[in-house]
Ligand binder design. Sequence first.
Ligand code: SUD
Ligand code: ADP
Length: 289
Amino acid sequence: MKLLVKAPAKINLSLDVLHKRTDGYHEVRMVMTTIDLADRLELSEHNRDEIKVISHNRFVPDDSRNLAYQAASLLKRRYDVKKGVIISITKSIPVAAGLAGGSSDAAATLRGLNKFWGLGLSLDTLAEIGAEIGSDVSFCVYGGTAVATGRGEKIQHIEAPPHCWVILAKPTIGVSTADVYRNLSLDSIKHPDVDGMIEAIRNKEFEDICSKVGNVLEDVTLQLYPEVAHIKEQMKKFGADAVLMSGSGPTVFGLVQRESRMQRVYNGLRGFCDQVYAVRILGERNSIE
Ligand SMILES: C[C@@](CO)(OP(=O)(O)O)[C@H](O)COP(=O)(O)OP(=O)(O)OC[C@H]1O[C@@H](n2ccc(N)nc2=O)[C@H](O)[C@@H]1O
Ligand SMILES: Nc1ncnc2c1ncn2[C@@H]1O[C@H](COP(=O)(O)OP(=O)(O)O)[C@@H](O)[C@H]1O
């Protein structure tokens, strides 16, 4: 038996950090939405009671460091599953990019193995288990559009943003999320208008959404990697209506509504950046299947 599962990336339309917690994590408030750029996972039976990951990508570990492996291992232990699995991951989401590729692979593994092993668990239970693997995994279990709080694992679903194109450009550097949070200076944060973003999405007002994008981690990553600022400038110059870094970066995304404008921004960026994508927002919750 084989099962194919899709693992889409996310972007953060708004990302605020409220304070540092006693457990070392930061209390966040962010608006996240799923986009149509996805890894594909194939789950198949293993003839031994073991988890095996095949990653096809030199930047992605194929052992117990892989977040998909950790998801399978957690489910197996918790529900005492006496079966093995081979998880073959075909990556399309750039690695260490601020797009939650690893978290989404873990979430897709949880959803997929829930079916594959007939566990009958709810998405809420899978999201709780996901939170043990990483802060972004709970959101990735559900997909759609949500306000995430706590360290990112508390999910409140909201409506999808209006249809638009997302152009993504990733410079050839990978960013460590932990490093970015560590370099954040909490005293000098300019807080984005998260409530304004939620309201703009509710009203399906594309222009308001564009005026409300904001990410407090952006300044930190721009300081560490000036090439991210260069990509932002170029994306603005080519005509994106909003430009922001996703998560801890370094991927920069631009929003546009018209296809002709999307083509212009995409072609312009391709001139000097290797990893450029033009995709749709998949902000509806059922879009993950
Ligand atoms: C910044 C965001 C925004 O969506 O995404 P990415 O850039 O990673 O995609 C997330 O907050 C990242 O979530 P995730 O990548 O799952 O983080 P985790 O594995 O839980 O944590 C990695 C490290 O980041 C720091 N961390 C993470 C989340 C948080 N709320 N506060 C933190 O301080 C901690 O140092 C932690 O050890
Ligand atoms: N399935 C996976 N896909 C990608 N990276 C993974 C995976 N499992 C573990 N990792 C590790 O997690 C790190 C962060 O990966 P990723 O989730 O792509 O970035 P981000 O947290 O910026 O969204 C990578 O450097 C990689 O070593």
